[in-house]
Write a protein that binds this ligand. Structure first.
Ligand SMILES: [Mg+2]
Length: 401
């Protein structure tokens, strides 16, 4: 099939965490609501409502700065459990139209609706139907981008926010995409953008019309990928995560990170999240893997298989940390990092091998601790209790603290 005949939808919920809170608490409607960590823990903004954005507050901003910009804002902690629940409902709506759903985060997904059009009407109709169901059933708004590949669909969903619908047809690439600033391209972070702008390349169109070999010379393989994408070529498939084969979390950084202790801290959170999902799904896994993607889009995946099935944080993070230390050179910039647990089994299908010789008490204590934490979080919502990890860093003299 002609690559330009695919129908790819990218759906992004509008100010998701804040919108859920505003929906559930009418007093918050129309007010600047900011969801994030505490100032004391040097937290950052997870989501700012549109009202808060008019004060200049945006996600990933330190909470302290948000307070300065918007002193009258309503500040709420992240209620992950609640957002996960709503996310499952949203994903459920997507699955009514296609099994080809690739969730990118709790509030964002790609859908390949190419084949769905025979059953549900045109891709536009499907996009509007999904928006409508999210509004009537969940009382939330989403922005939909429709195009023929992932890059353009994602770009489109951002063009008409909030509550938007935007389509980029193959013949509209030059008119709708080429005038956009080059920073809107995936993979063009601050440094790359500065480099390109320094060469007079300010728009996606200018990039598209550059000599590909020159771009490769300047930016390596990433330059070639960017050139193709700017010309509307992106054949990446929508990859649904088949349920119960693996549970994974990954995160792409707004700017590359090259410090091992920071990366390990992020892995810590991802591993905790993965284990929590395993336990709430009644699953345990045996294979632990990490994924590291470098700025040139080269990725490595490294895995280790444990002796027994687990959903406990400690053995999973131990394995993750070992994999990281064996495969990562401190100082190397990283673009994306992820943790996955696979070789899964349902909890009740696992026959426990009693450890006749070793001391099982630590394992039992860990399981008990995990169970209690999940129970408290389930009852009081969100991450009422979570593991504390001291975030180490370096002071001005380069000393670890
Ligand atoms: Mg969103």
């Amino acid at each position: 099939m002609d690559a330009k005949q695919r129908a790819i939808i990218h759906i992004d919920m509008d100010a998701f965490y804040a919108a859920v809170e505003q929906r559930d608490n009418p007093e918050l409607q129309g007010k600047p609501v900011i969801i994030g960590g505490s100032v004391e823990s040097r937290g950052v903004v997870s989501t700012a409502s549109y009202e808060a954005r008019t004060y200049g507050v945006h996600s990933a901003m330190p909470m302290a700065e948000a307070h300065r910009l918007c002193p009258n804002g309503i500040y709420l902690p992240v209620d992950m459990q609640k957002y996960r629940r709503v996310s499952q409902q949203i994903m459920g709506i997507f699955h009514r139209f296609t099994p080809e759903v690739e969730a990118i985060s709790l509030d964002e997904a790609f859908l390949d609706v190419t084949a769905s059009q025979r059953l549900f009407g045109t891709a536009e109709e499907i996009g509007y139907a999904i928006k409508g169901l999210i509004k009537t059933e969940l009382h939330l708004t989403a922005s939909v981008g429709l195009s023929y590949n992932k890059f353009l669909a994602k770009l489109a969903s951002d063009m008409d926010k909030p509550d938007g619908f935007y389509k980029i047809a193959p013949e509209e690439l030059e008119a709708k995409v080429w005038p956009l600033p080059v920073r809107r391209m995936m993979g063009v972070g601050g440094k790359t953008a500065q480099l390109l702008e320094g060469m007079g390349v300010r728009t996606i169109g200018q990039l598209a019309n550059m000599n590909a070999g020159l771009l490769e010379h300047i930016l390596g393989k990433q330059g070639l990928v960017m050139h193709e994408v700017a010309n509307g070529m992106d054949n990446r498939p929508v990859e649904p995560v088949r349920e119960s084969k693996s549970v994974g979390r990954e995160t792409t950084f707004p700017q590359d990170i090259g410090e091992q202790y920071v990366l390990e801290t992020i892995l810590f959170t991802l591993a905790d999240d993965v284990c929590h999902t395993l336990r709430t799904s009644g699953l345990k896994g045996k294979t632990i893997s990490i994924k590291i993607r470098y700025p040139d889009f080269r990725s490595i995946t490294r895995a280790v298989t444990l002796d027994s099935y687990t959903a406990s944080f400690e053995p999973v993070f131990d394995a993750v940390q070992r994999l990281m230390r064996d495969n990562y050179q401190d100082g190397t910039p990283v673009r994306l990092i992820g943790v996955t647990v696979s070789s899964l089994k349902k909890d009740d299908e696992i026959i426990e091998q009693p450890d006749l010789f070793g001391d099982d008490s630590r394992k039992v204590r860990q399981q008990e601790l995990n169970r209690v934490m999940d129970k408290i979080n389930a009852r009081y919502g969100g991450d009422t209790v979570h593991r504390a990890r001291k975030l180490t860093g370096r002071d001005k003299n380069g000393e670890l603290f």
